[in-house]
Design a protein around this ligand. Structure first.
Ligand code: NAD
Length: 612
């Protein structure tokens, strides 16, 4: 997946931990009136006003002291809006506001300022005060022990606990109680109940829900970006774009929903598009929030209810997102989220006869299992799988621009992107020039702290990913490829976390392991070709067919080459995205499409009614 905008502003996310323990008091539960206020559908003029206010606050975000420490933290944007609404303030919230009646997600500090009590769990076994104190401790380990079922955060039935490790230093930052089959079945039952009503919703009702989801998710973009940076080491410049795309997915789906032809008729025949039913949405960790939002938006637009199984490696991000979406006040049971292991929660979703559709993003190996296991209950499946995408540099390409562009596509999300262009096809007669240009351009891809906006390559998400990347670099060397840049081991000065050296291999043949297998790290293979036909043939000589890029100055020629590539998406002269254009793969890269009307259609059945 790629974020929607590539030239958007990126900024450093707020630091979340404050220092010493803050002295906290619990907030009261929200009043009925306040819940009602938030539940009211937002009229467009009010929405505009909210956006204006949000932008104003984003410009001048107030800082507050926490407890007795001098550490600073931001007041969450949503809290500001909430407080502003309740107290009829015109400007930003100041630290002197003493407020007791705040949403359950927020608490007042002793000095009257607000703090989030995120990761403080409704119904868990920890006293809330203790958990909230822990939350504000530097280095405190967060705890998540609930799932989102039938419109509420409920205690996990599953008891297995998993550590979340910060990839920049290998420290445990959270403990997550994983769902079991029983949690999953409860979520499926809630979704099934909700489908009885939501499955008959009108186009306008669905559009309204999509707008509310967008509004709710927009309120937490900074928190979500910060969680991505911390939890999987996503570089902030990319994570911020992913979050923008995630939030934008709801409005994109609303647009597509309005444009779809829901009913067609001729003579005595009427054909309608009907929601497929309960959908199980299973996501990968590398852009978990985007996958959740994209799949949820399409399903909601189609009239489906959902059970989401996020990647268990993305528990913190998921938590932030679901807290945000909870504020959209959806009909109970429409959205359910159970965080657990693939071989427990995922398998239950795939095998359960009350789930009609699985939309999956992840590896080919798991995709194959889902197709096989889903057959027993005749599941509809969408599979968004891996890639080994080619970037073709045509011989008229201007290397000064083309090489940095190609490297940017290769090192997307620190190379942990399904669309990463990890095979660079270079005209043989310009190979030496390309190698020099690559070596020169590498300074624009510094590796380091993902929270630093200047950093282009962060750590790998896990120890397993780190080892996987190292093993492929070793394999490349063993098979005779030339290490042009990088190589085995950690970059100097970054010994603590799961950092790898961005690596470019030259002298690669397309039958080498590093040219055939998806590495999912910042490792690029440069492959020489002799003619345009050979470039096309090498590009297509892969079991994958997800994404491809063509770079050259003659646009007609670039288009001609693009039209011969066996890939679900081909970009010309740079990475770009269009949320209405289909996303998905040829061959082993998957089955079906997401985005826009294509994404909604994947959650629909067709019904024809014929009169005599
Ligand atoms: P993965 O296949 O290991 O896991 C993906 C999800 O499937 C996780 O939530 C996991 O818990 C779950 N799962 C595992 N076993 C399962 C089972 N038996 N039944 C049901 N669910 C199960 O993939 P990953 O490591 O999380 O992600 C990396 C892969 O995802 C790469 O191959 C990448 O290319 C691919 N990906 C594809 C796209 C795309 O749009 N095509 C986007 C992002 C990532």
């Amino acid at each position: 997946m790629v974020p929607r905008m590539w030239n958007g502003r990126s900024k450093k996310p707020a630091k979340t931990d404050s220092g010493k323990t803050a002295n906290l008091e619990l907030a009261k539960a929200p009043t009925h009136a306040s819940a009602g206020r938030l539940a009211t559908p937002v009229r467009s003029d009010r929405r505009e006003a909210t956006y204006e206010a949000r932008d104003r606050w984003a410009e001048a975000r107030p800082r507050v002291n926490i407890g007795s420490t001098n550490a600073k933290r931001d007041i969450p944007m949503f809290a500001e809006r909430y407080v502003q609404g309740r107290m009829n303030l015109d400007g930003p919230v100041s630290k002197r506001i003493s407020l007791r009646e705040v949403n359950d997600d927020y608490a007042t500090l002793k000095d009257g300022s607000l703090t989030r009590s995120s990761f403080v769990l409704n119904g868990n076994s920890y006293p809330k005060r203790r958990a909230m104190n822990a939350m504000t401790n530097k280095g405190a380990i967060k705890t998540i022990a609930t799932h989102y079922i039938d419109g509420a955060f409920v205690e996990s039935h599953g008891r297995e606990v998993m550590d979340i490790i910060r990839p920049t230093d290998g420290q445990v930052i959270a403990r997550v109680t994983l769902a079991d089959e029983e949690d999953t079945r409860r979520a499926i039952a809630a979704a099934k109940r909700a489908f009885a009503t939501y499955g008959r919703s009108t186009r306008e009702e669905r559009a309204e829900i999509l707008r509310r989801l967008h509004e709710a998710a927009s309120a937490r973009v900074d928190d979500l970006t910060a969680a991505m940076v911390e939890e999987y080491g996503g570089v902030v410049q990319f994570a911020a774009l992913i979050v923008q795309s995630s939030v934008g997915a709801f409005l994109a789906a609303e647009k597509a929903l309005q444009e779809l032809e829901w009913t067609r008729g001729w003579d005595k025949t009427t054909v309608t598009l009907e929601p497929v039913g309960v959908a199980g949405l299973i996501t990968a960790w590398n852009a978990n929030a985007l996958f959740i939002c994209l799949k949820l938006a399409s399903a909601v637009a189609a009239g489906c209810t959902v059970v989401i199984k996020p990647s268990e490696l993305s528990s913190l991000q998921t938590r932030v997102l679901i807290e945000a979406l909870h504020e959209a006040k959806l009909p109970k049971g429409l959205l359910n989220v159970v965080t657990g292991l693939g071989n427990v929660v995922g398998v239950e979703l795939v095998r359960n006869p009350d789930v009609n559709k699985i939309s999956f993003t992840g590896s080919v190996a798991v995709g194959e299992t889902i197709m096989r296991d889903g057959a027993a209950t005749m599941k509809r499946v969408t599979l968004e799988l891996g890639g080994k995408s080619p970037t073709i540099l045509l011989d008229d390409a201007n290397f000064g621009e083309a090489i940095p562009t190609a490297l940017g596509i290769a090192f997307l999300n620190s190379g942990q992107a399904c669309a990463a262009g990890t095979r660079l096809l270079v005209p043989g007669k310009r190979l030496e020039a390309a190698k020099r240009a690559i070596a020169d351009a590498m300074h624009a891809f510094p590796v380091g702290d993902p929270a630093d906006p200047k950093i282009a390559v962060g750590p790998m998400a896990s120890q397993k990913q780190y080892e996987r990347v190292q093993s492929f670099i070793r394999k490349g060397i063993e098979e005779g490829a030339e290490v042009l840049v990088g190589g085995e081991g950690r970059p100097e000065g970054l010994e603590a976390g799961y950092f790898v050296k961005p690596t470019v291999f030259a002298n690669v043949k397309n039958d080498m392991t590093i040219a055939r297998e998806e590495i999912f790290g910042p490792v690029l293979s440069v492959i020489a070709y002799e003619s345009e036909d050979e470039a096309i043939s090498i590009a297509n000589d892969s079991k994958y067919g997800l994404h491809a890029a063509v770079i050259g100055t003659d646009l007609d020629r670039a288009r001609r080459v693009a039209s011969q590539l066996r890939a679900g998406r081909v970009v010309i002269n740079g990475m770009t995205d269009d949320p209405q254009a289909p996303w998905g793969g040829f061959k082993y890269s998957g089955v079906g499409r997401e985005y826009g009307r294509y994404g909604i259609e994947a959650f629909l059945e067709t019904r024809a009614i014929l009169e005599v």
